[in-house]
Design a protein around this ligand. Structure first.
Ligand SMILES: Cc1ncc(COP(=O)(O)O)c(C=O)c1O
Length: 397
């Protein structure tokens, strides 16, 4: 099937923060400019999802509804098919999004003041979840080696050994560095955390968005012994651009921990259910939309290739980090010799380029830009032209 990956649906005034932000800089519907910031796609959902939801609504009662056995089986089928590992259906709980799930985990498995480790730079709501709940951030900076990030295991182990450290929130694949952690790295993490009673929350929301032949290892596949104090969070939201439906799955093998998580959900929300359309869309996606996903991955790969080629010719000072997963390209712009806030100003005010600024992911992101590549290739080409025109005057003085 041929999908439409060319049309942009302008989302001004639709409640999309990333679109409305451009208004503040004077852009409007008449400009052919799209934002490259927040991680959702500028593509319509797969036609099978649109049609499937229409069919569903035409004959469904939209009353109270939770996750059905079919929903859980379909989820496990998908994970097994894409990642070679089958979780058990009874492990599945649902949350209204992945952020909701890790906030809940922080509340359920740690106390105020406890240390929560993060490998940084990382997805900024993870810092927010720790701080907003009065936990202590235990910062484990990733080590950059050329265009690749690695874990400093000596530092990680020392911090896990601290008696106050109770949790580690893993981001795998890692946003924004685009690393897919290897089985060896994950085993080391799991061993250190198990030895030191550190609970692992593995956010795997980007697990289906693999680039360059990368393979994702589900954290729970490391085996019962290493993961009895662990949970994984997965979702169809990044994979199929369904974030607005707020449907995510939490996998908790240990029944006691599952009970604790569920009790926490009941305490905080009183109703741990998702949107009925979210459950339905997820099942349609997992059953019928794999070809759409594979086609999207091709567009993302092409967009990355276009940028890489353009930068090699016109901006060799900008370093693109290894792109193993996600649709979020992580780029070091420090070689341009312009400080972070000024880069942001030039990009937004002069070039019409709305990236996620690297510093929002932590100090190590200073002078980095994160470019969302889930958009038509012509949008990338236009953006590169604007970038060249704008930066010529700064770089060729
Ligand atoms: C690592 C990571 N976790 C969670 C989320 C958001 O999840 P949700 O919208 O389901 O809360 C994102 C979105 O960019 C993300 O990158």
């Amino acid at each position: 099937m041929k999908y439409d990956f060319e049309t942009v649906m302008k989302r001004y005034g639709c409640g999309s923060r990333k679109w409305d932000e451009m208004r503040e800089y004077g852009y409007s519907e008449i400009d052919d400019i799209i934002p490259f910031s927040v991680a959702d796609m500028e593509f319509a959902p797969a036609p099978e999802i649109v049609q499937g939801l229409q069919d569903y609504i035409s004959c469904a009662v939209l009353g109270y509804s939770g996750a059905t056995d079919e929903f859980k089986i379909t989820t496990c089928d998908w994970v097994e098919k894409r990642h070679g590992y089958r979780p058990k259906e009874e492990w599945i709980l649902t949350t209204q999004g992945v952020v909701d799930a890790f906030y809940q985990a922080i509340n359920s498995f740690t106390e105020e003041g406890d240390g929560v480790m993060l490998l940084t730079p990382v997805y900024y709501p993870m810092y927010n979840g720790i701080r907003a709940n009065n936990r202590t951030l235990v910062d484990c900076p990733l080590v950059r080696k050329g265009t690749r990030y690695e874990i400093d295991f000596e530092d990680f182990e020392a911090k896990a050994k601290d008696e106050n450290t109770k949790m580690f929130i893993l981001c795998n694949p890692h946003n924004p560095c685009s690393r897919v952690w290897t089985p060896e790295e994950l085993t080391k993490i799991a061993q250190i955390c198990a030895e030191n009673d550190v609970f692992v929350v593995s956010d795997e929301i980007h697990f289906d968005l693999l680039m360059n032949g990368s393979k994702h290892t589900m954290f729970l596949s490391l085996g019962e012994e290493l993961t009895k104090n662990a949970m994984s969070i997965i979702a169809p939201s990044k994979t199929f651009n369904l974030a607005g439906l707020q449907t995510s799955m939490v996998l908790i093998p240990n029944p006691e921990h599952r009970e604790t998580f569920l009790k926490g959900q009941m305490k905080h929300t009183g109703n741990p259910k998702c949107n009925i359309l979210g459950y339905e869309a997820c099942q349609i996606a997992y059953k019928n939309c794999e070809p759409w996903l594979d086609a999207v991955l091709d567009v993302i790969a092409e967009n990355k290739r276009v940028i890489e080629e353009f930068f090699a010719e016109h901006f060799p000072q900008i370093k693109i980090m290894d792109f193993e997963a996600t649709y979020l390209l992580w780029m070091d712009w420090s070689g341009l010799g312009i400080e972070a806030k000024e880069l942001e100003r030039i990009n937004r005010e002069e070039a019409g380029l709305f990236f996620d600024e690297g510093y929002i992911f932590g100090e190590a992101g200073d002078c980095f830009e994160r470019w969302n590549l889930a958009c038509p290739t012509w949008c990338i080409e236009d953006a590169l032209d604007r970038m060249k025109e704008t930066y010529d005057k700064y770089l060729n003085k």
